[in-house]
Design a protein around this ligand. Structure first.
Ligand code: NAI
Length: 338
């Protein structure tokens, strides 16, 4: 076995983490030969429930789980960690408008970004899941500015997986045979699930274009809406938000970042936009098609894809929303008490 790594998980008493922690301890994220010490953070009132989760972690008798730390203090949660998965966030309550949600979360992620910079390993890799995920990641990156911007990502892998599954279902093929479909922009209803470059691998190894197999009205309308509103459909049916699929997507995101993308595969990750890709403004956390270098862990945007007029209008819309969110969140941060 390798030497252990320290993995911080916030919102550890919540429903996503109930699935996620088992995925980590089973080796699905960092490999079956990688022991972990879990640093579990939640707010003080949730520590009782979190104790229940740790009783179960013990009962699972996971060979890879070396130890765990339970805390309500970000400084302790992030001490010397290699990876930080920020799931905990203030949920939207009845009567809350989006500005209230942004403000509450700006405060949380401001503190956590600063604590990461002060206490985590300089090589830490951060994944923000708690919503609004892209803008929360931007706040953490802003206050954690002694860490490289490339250390911060936000989750759009759930949308990526949803898109791939919808295409596979529509075309009657296996998900593993669907390639080059990805999510642009915000993890919100303005995201752009893009199949215009998508391919399906046929039984003889040849490739067919998704756009040659499906009507473009479906690809631009029904499919886009289905993926954009899938989270709401799960809430409506389950009376709870996506948890198993979110945990799977978090596992996919971190595993891909840790081990690199498969040859010929492209995935979706929300990363800091440096203003040099597809005309997307600098200074927002934007989901791009990316590949990951297995040796360095570098996340590289796939450049040079043709963007048609429809795609461009979708990119513009999701970018405008992210800029609005950034302005609102930074305005809250500028208020002295945040
Ligand atoms: P949950 O409500 O079951 O659990 C959230 C946990 O976070 C709770 O235990 C809560 O006490 C904790 N928490 C709240 N404030 C915290 C803080 N300041 N520090 C540490 N912990 C804190 O929610 P669930 O279902 O686990 O979802 C968590 C978040 O993930 C939500 O914001 C949700 O909207 C988001 N989400 C994001 C997805 C994405 O694709 N980016 C997909 C699904 C959910």
């Amino acid at each position: 076995l390798k030497p252990f790594i320290r993995v911080a998980v916030t919102g550890a008493a919540g429903q996503i983490c109930y699935s996620l922690l088992a995925n980590i301890c089973k080796g699905e994220m960092f490999g079956a030969d990688q022991p972990v010490v879990l640093h579990l953070l939640d707010i003080t009132p949730a520590l009782g429930a979190l104790r229940g989760v740790t009783l179960e972690l013990e009962d699972c008798s996971f060979p890879l789980l070396v130890d765990f730390v339970v805390t309500d203090k970000p400084a302790e949660a992030f001490a010397d960690v290699d990876v930080a998965i920020l799931v905990g966030a203030m949920p939207r309550r009845e009567g809350m408008v989006r500005a209230d949600l942004l403000k509450a979360n700006a405060g949380i992620f401001k503190a956590q970004g600063a604590a990461l910079a002060a206490h985590a390993k300089p090589s830490v890799r951060v994944l923000v899941v708690g919503n609004p995920a892209n803008t929360n990641a931007l706040i953490a990156l802003t206050t954690g500015s002694s860490l490289p911007k490339s250390a911060f990502t936000a989750l759009t892998f759930l949308d990526h997986n949803r898109l791939k599954a919808q295409v596979a279902c529509k075309l009657g093929v296996a998900v593993a045979d669907v390639r080059n479909t990805f999510i642009w922009g915000n993890h919100s209803k303005t995201q752009y699930p893009d199949v215009s470059h998508g391919t399906v691998t046929n039984a003889d190894g040849s490739l067919s274009r998704v756009m040659d197999l499906a009507e473009s009205a479906w690809a631009r309308d029904e499919l886009v809406t289905t993926v954009q509103t899938r989270g709401a459909a799960v809430i409506k049916a389950r009376k709870l938000s996506s948890a198993m699929s979110a945990a799977k997507a978090i596992t996919d995101h971190m595993r891909t970042w840790w081990f690199g993308t498969e040859p010929d595969d492209i995935v979706s990750m929300a990363i800091y936009s440096d203003g040099t890709h597809y005309g997307v403004a600098e200074g927002i956390i934007f989901s791009f098609p990316v590949t990951i270098d297995a040796a360095t862990g570098d996340i590289n945007v796939v450049d040079g894809l043709d963007i048609d007029a429809f795609s461009q209008s979708m990119l513009d819309k999701t970018q405008a929303e992210l800029i609005d969110e950034r302005e609102a969140a930074l305005a809250f941060l500028a208020e002295s008490n945040l």
